[in-house]
Design a binder for this molecule. Structure first.
Ligand SMILES: Cc1cc2nc3c(=O)[nH]c(=O)nc-3n(C[C@H](O)[C@H](O)[C@H](O)COP(=O)(O)OP(=O)(O)OC[C@H]3O[C@@H](n4cnc5c(N)ncnc54)[C@H](O)[C@@H]3O)c2cc1C
Length: 176
């Protein structure tokens, strides 16, 4: 769904982190929002390339669980504020250009032989103005690691998120 992004067609050299949406509000229907994987990205996030067969390779943003949860909360908070104040309120904002993401992919099961790939990236959409020397990313918050710790973390998150989804006591303490 079209949201508050800058969808102007422009070449890669002119892409900016500012093109990315912040409130996920549809510009025509102000009471409709599209957080998570529902919003239309303004463009790919990496430089488009072409394979030797001529296939265009244009990586889309990795819209995983964490940014989906964060953007959904931003939208929910704005809807709550708008209802409470009786007028449109969009003070909660968050672009994928100023938010990070963490993701763990299972790579093997077992208490001692399990494995998980832990990945963090900040920001999700590279910001070449802020971090020009490191491909648009803050290196201290961008890493990847594979090992047993990742497996245990994935297992813990599995139960934590199901707990949160069921809104059991203190569910709101568990982050997105
Ligand atoms: C196989 C797989 C593995 C993944 N693993 C990871 C992972 O390890 N870590 C991670 O961070 N992310 C992972 N992801 C990505 C993550 O699941 C998504 O980014 C996230 O679920 C998106 O959340 P969402 O709320 O935007 O959309 P969804 O979770 O897709 O929620 C949309 C909801 O809308 C409902 N719906 C659709 N149409 C209608 C309609 N017309 N009326 C009413 N309801 C409707 C759907 O049934 C669905 O429940 C994975 C995704 C897949 C497919």
């Amino acid at each position: 769904m079209i949201v508050d992004a800058d969808y102007t067609a422009k070449p890669y050299a002119e892409w900016s982190v500012k093109d990315w949406p912040e409130t996920y509000q549809n510009p025509s229907y102000k009471n409709i929002f599209a957080p998570g994987i529902a919003f239309a990205p303004p463009h790919a996030i990496s430089k488009p390339r072409t394979s030797k067969n001529g296939t265009v390779i244009s990586p889309a943003p990795p819209r995983t669980g964490m940014p989906s949860g964060i953007t959904a909360k931003i939208v929910a908070d704005n809807i709550i504020d708008s209802i409470k104040s009786g007028k449109e309120s969009l003070n909660h904002k968050g672009s994928m250009g100023n938010m990070g993401a963490a993701c763990i992919a299972s790579a093997g099961y077992g208490m001692t032989s399990g494995s998980g790939v832990s990945i963090t990236t900040y920001p999700i959409v590279p910001d070449y103005e802020k971090y020009p020397k490191t491909q648009g990313r803050q290196l201290g918050k961008t890493f990847g690691e594979i090992g047993l710790a990742g497996h245990w973390l994935k297992l813990a998150l599995h139960y934590a998120f199901i707990y949160k989804a069921k809104m059991r006591p203190f569910w709101w303490l568990i982050p997105e």
